[in-house]
Write a protein that binds this ligand. Structure first.
Ligand code: CIR
Length: 253
């Protein structure tokens, strides 16, 4: 169960955020409304939400998930893989210090975006991506082991982050899409296969028996409902334009 979340309001500078999508520039005013709806959904899931002020210096700073990994036993500040995002860690560390006493760090030459890290109980799957390298993953595994947690790596081929295409929905169940449908590492899980035409919906989050799903993915919504989840849909189209999704917008702990 989760009790808290940290989010950061999008900045006007978000229009300069990193992206590989060809969906056009995000509309800032609309992003603010969508962000507020997202926070409402977190609250509906029973979370106490700490909302940080927008940080104009960092266009991608609304995607707080990438700069820290929050475990039940410690927090790990990452060293983001993209140059333009490295400076985001300073501000998040200050906030996390108010919640955690045990704080660790991924150090260069190790890099890591925590969007590549998926928590499954006390085990953490770490995607090796354009943002998270072997050295970062090795550092993370060593840190986790200090706290009697564990980690293992997964090679990624077609996605930005591991959680772009896979989400752990508790109950030994994963929502998966694309390359993750047949990954050997995920053999033992019950899988909800998100159709390729709705791949963006694979980035969803389980929070206290509910699943927050990006709006506009009816087949995925139906599959989750059939599997017994209560689904909350939130429109995050302006964040999709920056390759960001439902999980990227919060740290849940
Ligand atoms: C980036 O490229 O870093 C941002 N535009 C999107 C980050 C998305 N975060 C995530 O998937 N965890």
């Amino acid at each position: 169960m989760f009790s808290k979340a940290i989010v950061r309001k999008p900045s006007k500078s978000m229009v300069k955020g990193l992206t590989s999508a060809s969906l056009g520039k995000p509309d800032y005013a609309r992003a603010l409304i969508q962000h507020a709806e997202y926070v409402k959904a977190l609250v509906q899931c029973g979370l106490e939400v700490k909302t940080l002020a927008a940080d104009e210096q960092f266009p991608d700073s609304t995607f707080v998930e990438d700069v820290a990994l929050l475990t039940p036993d410690c927090a790990i500040i990452t060293n983001p893989g993209a140059e333009s995002r490295k400076g985001e860690t300073l501000a998040i560390q200050k906030v996390i210090q108010t919640f955690y006493t045990d704080i660790e760090k991924i150090e260069a030459p190790g890099t890591m975006d925590a969007g590549d890290v998926m928590m499954v109980g006390r085990h953490f799957y770490i995607g090796l991506s354009g943002r998270t390298n072997q050295k970062g993953a090795r550092q993370l595994i060593a840190i986790l082991e200090k706290y009697e947690l564990s980690g293992s790596t997964i090679e990624l081929n077609n996605v930005l982050h591991l959680k772009t295409g896979a989400a752990y929905l508790e109950n030994n169940t994963l929502a998966v899409c694309g390359e993750f449908v047949s990954k050997q590492e995920f053999e033992g899980f019950t899988k909800i296969v998100i159709p390729g035409s709705e791949s963006y919906a694979a980035n969803c989050v389980w929070i206290n028996d509910r699943v927050i799903l990006p709006a506009g993915h009816p087949q995925s919504c139906e599959l989750l409902k059939q599997a017994g989840y209560e689904v909350i849909e939130v429109d995050v189209s302006e964040f999709e334009k920056l390759d960001g999704g439902i999980s990227c917008l919060s740290l849940r702990f």
